[in-house]
Design a protein around this ligand. Structure first.
Ligand code: DGI
Ligand code: FE
Ligand code: FE
Ligand code: FE
Length: 189
């Protein structure tokens, strides 16, 4: 796949070797999920390969992208900087890569927190990032099993784990993470 090669060489200089390998695993996992649940493979490929593009940008630089953008939510600045790299990546990529298709943009922007009304692409990238084979979070194996059957239920399980983990560590939880959780939980009821 030539596009994958182009994407690889584009992202590689921005990532560590370990993060680069994670990026490949997320893209492969997203492809597998897409085989099960649908979606266009070129969009999956692009979102997977680009999702952590901004992961190693300095905090100050990411904060400037957020403050300077009319589109990015300013309340991100009240929450952990680990949440910033997704939304910031879409702004940086528009400048440094080129226009992104809307499905690719939102999948990258929401990959860390989730959000309400996630699209098929948002869910696939969010879940692939959580269950890629090298992930070893407590409970990840159960989420992998659920992902064999249901994209919504697997995302819900991942969100439940993440929220529980953050609360246990007495960390704040970004509201979009609760919105994603609430919506999928309601669907189950
Ligand atoms: O970039 P990756 O490491 O591949 O993965 P990611 O973008 O999903 O980031 C994972 C981290 O983000 C993990 O430590 C949990 C954290 N996280 C996810 N949602 C929230 C959150 N941290 C806070 N403080 N609040 C959230 O809502
Ligand atoms: Fe990430
Ligand atoms: Fe994630
Ligand atoms: Fe990631």
């Amino acid at each position: 796949n030539t596009n994958r090669e182009v994407l690889k060489e584009f992202v590689r200089p921005h990532l560590t070797e370990e993060r680069f390998r994670h990026t490949i695993r997320v893209t492969d996992t997203a492809h597998q999920l897409s085989g099960r649940f649908g979606g266009d493979s070129d969009k999956i490929e692009e979102a997977g390969m680009l999702h952590d593009y901004a992961k190693f940008r300095p905090k100050e630089e990411m904060a400037r992208w957020i403050s300077g953008s009319v589109e990015l939510p300013k309340d991100l600045l009240d929450y952990s900087p680990v949440l910033w790299h997704g939304p910031v990546a879409v702004k940086m990529l528009e400048k440094e890569w080129g226009p992104l298709q809307p499905e690719v943009r939102t999948a990258i922007a929401s990959h860390t927190t989730g959000k309400a009304h996630m699209s098929l692409y948002d869910k696939i990238i969010f879940l692939a990032d959580y269950i890629e084979p090298a992930r070893a979070f407590p409970g990840v194996e159960e989420v992998r099993e659920i992902a064999e059957e249901s994209l919504d239920q697997a995302c819900l399980a991942a969100l439940t784990n993440t929220i529980g983990f953050l609360m246990k560590k007495k960390q704040t939880v970004y509201p979009d993470t609760f919105h994603a959780y609430n919506e999928l939980q309601r669907k189950q009821e």
